[in-house]
Design a protein around this ligand. Structure first.
Ligand code: PLP
Length: 406
């Protein structure tokens, strides 16, 4: 009889966003006609930039001709996009990353999950708490997380690095030795960023311990503060200890189009192997590339017009973030994030639990949020709000929440 991967059976019941959706459905079923404004799920709402659409149209036309037809593309991505990324996201910032170190993919979610394929099961994994759940669950599926402790809401083999008000929601290198370290800056869910000094300390820790930092920078385009690193490869020493994940999802509205990339520097070696070669082997075996039309669209983001258009969408979300942050702060709530990230991390009033405050805001203000406790034990006492909605709906949601506080 076939044996299943029993690690899947250890995963706790409901995925956070399913539970949020279930509660919203239960509420709207019991109160028909109620209009809920969703500041919960982190999906974009602005349409694709005209330059992206133009490039995709052009690529579709090409595909309809014998000369311009593209079948299977390179698993690593087309050269035109790898070069555009290397130039636009790295060389332009004075950072040396070459096209052969860039792997185009269908999403940072897949890459963050799949990267585990090239690492052994015995590695000790460190994650932030609160955390983007994909890092935890994919390690649990691979058998690296140990057993789930229901009462504590954590896995017994993972190192949890608390990101709390006292440390500015920025993780500290742990006392224990961690092999794989997931860092996310700008952070989902807290909206915090890791400073240059702290990131340097992380790079030094990883090089000293032979660890690898898995650096998720999916929200890089939202950084506005001076001096905040846009890529871990701005930090000296990162080429020998870090892998970086980036995505067009939040940068250019590709959540439904699917395009992202992972950077694995040539110097990164562990156990006598180049991780670039291992990741290449993994991708060539299990992945057949991103559609040509989509990669053409992604490349248009690096043209001057495309860049201006995507930045105007990002400004739109930034303004939403400001409306939420300033509106709720003005109403006496404590808000973090929302400056270099599209997420606002709101402290619940009167010490209310995350789910309790979620239910209250849903029922009284008809606004959906995401309970911080769903991102890890240290998220208790917070909710996450996103700036990805429409401007009008965001303003209305803020007014409604202010209304229930009066
Ligand atoms: N990384 C983080 C931190 C995210 O919050 C998300 C999406 O919400 C992703 C990665 C997934 O990005 P993609 O759409 O490229 O799979």
């Amino acid at each position: 009889m076939v044996k299943i991967n029993e690690n899947f059976l250890k995963l706790p019941g409901s995925y956070l966003f399913s539970e949020v959706a279930r509660r919203i459905n239960a509420y709207t079923t019991a109160h028909p006609g109620t209009e809920i404004i969703k500041l919960s799920i982190g999906d974009v709402t602005r349409p694709l930039a005209p330059e992206v659409i133009k490039a995709m149209h052009g690529a579709v036309e090409e595909m309809g001709t014998v000369e311009g037809f593209h079948g299977y593309g390179p698993e690593q991505g087309y050269e035109f996009l790898r070069e555009a990324v290397a130039q636009g996201d790295y060389t332009a910032r004075g950072v040396d990353i070459r096209p052969e170190e860039i792997f185009i993919s269908d999403g940072a979610k897949s890459d963050c999950g799949n990267i585990g394929d090239i690492f052994g099961v015995d590695n000790v994994v460190a994650v932030c708490d609160p955390v983007y759940p994909v890092y935890v669950d994919t390690n649990a599926m691979a058998g690296r997380a140990g057993e789930y402790q229901e009462e504590l809401g954590r896995w017994n083999r993972l190192i949890y690095m608390p990101c709390v008000e006292a440390n500015g929601f920025s993780p500290e290198p742990p006392k224990e030795k961690a092999d794989l370290i997931y860092l996310c800056s700008p952070n989902n869910p807290t909206g915090a960023v890791i400073s240059r000094e702290k990131l340097k300390a992380w790079v030094d820790y990883a090089n000293a311990n032979g660890s690898v930092i898995l650096y998720d920078s999916a929200y890089e385009a939202f950084i506005t503060s001076e001096g905040v690193p846009h890529t871990i490869f701005e930090i000296e020493g990162a080429r020998t200890c870090a892998i970086e994940f980036r995505s067009f999802s939040k940068t250019a509205g590709f959540t439904g189009s699917r395009c992202a990339y992972t950077v694995v520097p040539m110097e990164l070696e562990r156990g006598g192997a180049k991780l670039n070669a291992l990741w290449n082997r993994r991708q060539c075996t299990k992945f057949n590339g991103v559609p040509y039309v989509i990669q053409r669209g992604a490349a248009a983001v690096y043209t001057p017009e495309g860049r201006a258009q995507i930045m105007s969408n990002i400004d739109y979300y930034r303004e939403n973030a400001r409306v939420i942050r300033e509106g709720l702060t003005g109403a006496g709530l404590t808000c973090f994030g929302g400056v270099d990230a599209p997420y606002i991390w709101l402290k619940t009033p009167d010490g209310l639990g995350s789910w309790e405050f979620f239910d209250q805001v849903l029922a009284q203000a008809n606004v959906a949020t995401t309970p911080g406790a769903g991102f890890g034990p240290s998220g208790e006492g917070y909710i996450r709000l996103t700036a990805f909605g429409g401007a009008e709906a965001t303003r209305t949601a803020v007014e409604r929440v202010k209304g229930i506080l009066r």
